[in-house]
Design a protein around this ligand. Structure first.
Ligand code: PLP
Length: 395
């Protein structure tokens, strides 16, 4: 096996395109000088297009989890009640982060593999007659289960109540539809190592005018994740601390790539295709998906139930060692119940075909009989049908 050509089918970190790697090799510049202003300005515009917002988008050194903290400490008063809507491990983590920061956390949980139900959310918020809940925490795409929440509907329900809508779109933004302004999302954050095709290391966050108005009365202690100095300096392309310059060069290149390939809507369509191919492939092998409802199936990552009698660690080990394909394990309660195939960021239909082929071969090696090529053929068929439909649309 050529180790350098290991195929990374993780839902982050995802492979980094050579073009972005090259961009990140740029020499350092003065982050208080004119080159930085140009870099910052271009990134700021590109991110607004990606977030579908007219608000400013800030880029901080950090990771996705930095967004958990920044979204709370800037916009929710100390000790306030928040409602954490959780459909999996990352929803749980955000709830734990909120509790660690001293917020009074209520939870609304849904079983793994399902999306949050807007009606259940409405009921819960209606019970809050004293309007004590100041913010609702929602995961856009739950990476641990491969489920995408009906974010527009959930946000509309929160609007009826009046709390802020805080959204973790770490593995959703740039892969699945998200309309920050049109859907009334108050805070949206993401990380670098998912649909943006970068190495890890950035927290990227935007807030609505409503969120900024609410921020006026926020007394929560904060320093590194205080967004106010970012906001004050934004128009002058000034950031409070030394920025992660190499990653910013990479981010500029990533935004250019997304734009050149048809913009964010084209990226959404590509991920939709990748998800559909992957699901068709694994289902054709007789494997079961964790997410049974196609409407909420993720375009970033597919969670597959480990078939009875198959050792999940063995499956991933064989896929990695014998076929050079890195699959992701289940997380938390689902550790041994599922494996996950990431298909986001720098991913093409060929990658999905390779991932399904590796799963087929690993299962055969483990003595679990699957008909070789059946999953691959199903994935190919989805791709061909997609092309035919696209060509049909054009004529
Ligand atoms: C949905 C979601 N939220 C939050 C995170 C945490 O991001 P990070 O590991 O970059 O801190 C992840 C990471 O995979 C994620 O998928």
């Amino acid at each position: 096996m050529l180790r350098e050509k290991t195929l990374l089918f993780l839902p982050g970190p995802t492979p980094v395109p050579p073009r972005i790697q090259a961009a990140m090799a740029m020499p350092m510049v003065n982050h208080r000088g004119p080159e930085f202003s140009a870099l910052h300005g271009e990134i700021a515009r590109g991110l607004q297009a990606l977030f579908r917002t007219r608000e400013e988008v800030y880029v901080l050194p950090g990771s996705g989890s930095g967004g958990f903290e920044a979204a709370l400490v800037n916009f929710v008063p100390a000790g306030a009640r928040v409602l954490a809507v959780s459909i999996g491990d990352f929803g749980d983590r955000w709830a734990r982060a909120a509790a660690a920061l001293g917020y009074r956390v209520e939870r609304l949980e849904f079983p793994p593999g399902t999306a949050a139900d807007p009606e259940a959310l409405r009921e819960r918020l209606r019970a809050d007659t004293g309007r004590e809940i100041r913010a609702v925490l929602i995961t856009h795409n739950e990476t641990s289960t491969g489920v995408t929440n009906p974010l527009a509907e959930l946000a509309a329900v929160v609007r009826e109540h009046g709390a802020l809508v805080l959204v973790d779109s770490v593995s959703g933004l740039g892969a699945m539809p998200l309309e920050m302004d049109a859907w009334g999302l108050d805070v949206v954050f993401t990380g670098a190592q998912k649909a943006l095709m970068l190495p890890p290391g950035l927290t990227i966050i935007a807030a609505s005018a409503r969120a900024w108005a609410a921020a006026e009365e926020v007394d929560q202690p904060r320093y590194f994740f205080d967004l106010r100095p970012y906001r004050r300096g934004h128009r002058d392309h000034s950031v409070p601390y030394t920025p992660a310059l190499s990653l910013l060069y990479g981010l500029r290149e990533s935004l250019r790539m997304i734009e050149e390939q048809g913009g964010v809507e084209a990226a959404w369509a590509r991920h939709r295709l990748l998800g559909a191919m992957c699901r068709a492939g694994v289902k054709a092998l007789g494997l079961e998906l964790l997410c049974r409802d196609e409407r909420y199936a993720s375009g970033s990552v597919t969670a597959v139930k480990v078939p009875p009698g198959v050792d999940p660690n063995g499956l991933r080990r064989v896929a990695r060692e014998e076929f050079g394909a890195v699959l992701a394990p289940g997380q938390g309660k689902l550790k041994d119940a599922i494996f996950r195939i990431g298909h986001l960021g720098y991913a093409t239909p060929h990658d999905v075909i390779a991932a399904v082929a590796a799963v087929e071969m690993a299962l055969v090696r483990l003595g679990h009989p699957v008909p070789l090529g059946r999953g691959v053929a199903a994935a190919q068929t989805v791709w061909l049908d997609h092309l035919a439909a696209e060509k049909g649309d054009r004529t």
